[in-house]
Design a protein around this ligand. Structure first.
Ligand SMILES: [Zn+2]
Ligand SMILES: [Zn+2]
Length: 332
């Protein structure tokens, strides 16, 4: 899916390619505002992505210099990557929820030694075998985080509105996929830009990254945000990847069921067992057998496993076995 297309309600969808990633592209949305265009997200930062975004804007009779502002759903580089270049070309402002500003700064400070040491310490605390830690370190070298020049210069708060031409775009704070994820609701058209919070075909990643030290219960946040969107009873959803969502409430219900099932499966698997976080990741069901998952994929799976485990601990169903290191968990 590449190129730009008018998809009704004054919305233009531009598929910004991301050829290295199985998701294929980030869908950027453009709408007219009193002083130009507002973009929802910006796409992955490389030559192909930039060409996709700029030629997409040109095909609808605009230029990247017309962009007045970029609202970001969250800090991940497939969403924030190009916004610095957009600002350079247009003087646009870049806005994101405050809770993701910090995450963005961490990501931008990059793949330096400190970041890697954190990751490796985290893997060790989770109980990852040495071979997997070495494989992760090798695979994670040289990833391209967004440059600091992309740092947002405006903070979005829940329920604030962004002025479009003759209508408003409302910020709906939906933490979970990231701590500061936001959706944007186009009230006059009953359309929600769902970022990575709700996707039609993909189950959004929800992770805890430094378990067992992290207090944050990412899965609880995510499910609460799903319920929030579900209650809004929105008809049409436009996610950042894949096909449009035809029934937003229905899809949020499916995602909630999916996580309840996974929590239930995980809880049952503890019967008669003690597991480290790494072992939890290894026994959960993924899109392919654990042994065939790449080192980076295992890191993602580990954080997703930690999020489920963290939530079972919060529910009082699972507890850490006292005095274990790496921490082991058992039925409470
Ligand atoms: Zn994301
Ligand atoms: Zn994404």
């Amino acid at each position: 899916m590449t190129g730009a297309s008018a998809i009704g309600d004054g919305i233009v969808q531009i598929a910004v390619p991301m050829s290295h990633n199985p998701l294929g592209s980030t869908l950027v949305y453009a709408m007219e505002s009193p002083s130009g265009l507002i973009l929802v997200d910006a796409g992955w930062d490389d030559a192909e992505g930039w060409e996709g975004l700029t030629s997409g804007l040109e095909s609808i009779g605009h230029s990247v210099s017309d962009v007045e502002g970029v609202v970001l759903t969250h800090f991940h580089p497939d969403h924030t990557g190009l916004c610095g270049r957009v600002r350079e070309a247009s003087g646009a402002w870049i806005a994101m929820h405050e809770a993701d500003h910090t995450m963005f700064e961490k990501m931008s400070s990059g793949h330096n030694r400190e970041w890697m040491d954190d990751q490796l310490a985290n893997l060790a605390r989770a109980g990852a075998p040495e071979a997997d830690r070495i494989a992760f370190e090798k695979a994670a070298q040289g990833g391209p985080p967004a440059g600091p020049e992309s740092a947002p210069d405006r903070v979005l708060t829940d329920d604030e509105t962004i002025a479009l031409t003759g209508r408003d775009l409302r910020v709906v704070f939906t933490p979970g996929h990231t701590p500061g994820h936001a959706c944007f609701y186009l009230e006059d058209a009953d359309v929600m830009f769902t970022g990575d919070h709700v996707l039609q075909k993909t189950t959004p990643h929800v992770g805890n990254f430094v378990y067992p030290l992290e207090e944050r219960d990412a899965l609880a946040e995510f499910m609460e945000s799903l319920r929030r969107v579900q209650k809004m009873d929105v008809t049409r959803g436009l996610g950042a990847h894949g096909v449009p969502i035809t029934d937003v409430s229905g899809r949020t219900a499916e995602l909630l069921d999916h996580h309840e099932e996974r929590l239930d499966d995980l809880y049952r698997s503890f019967e008669g067992n003690e597991f480290t976080v790494w072992q939890v990741a290894a026994i959960m069901k993924w899109y392919r057998p654990w042994a065939d998952i790449s080192p980076i994929g295992k890191g993602m799976a580990l954080s997703e496993a930690a999020a489920h485990l963290r939530h079972l601990v919060a529910r009082g169903q699972i507890a850490q076995v006292p005095g274990t290191e790496p921490a082991r968990f058992a039925l409470n």
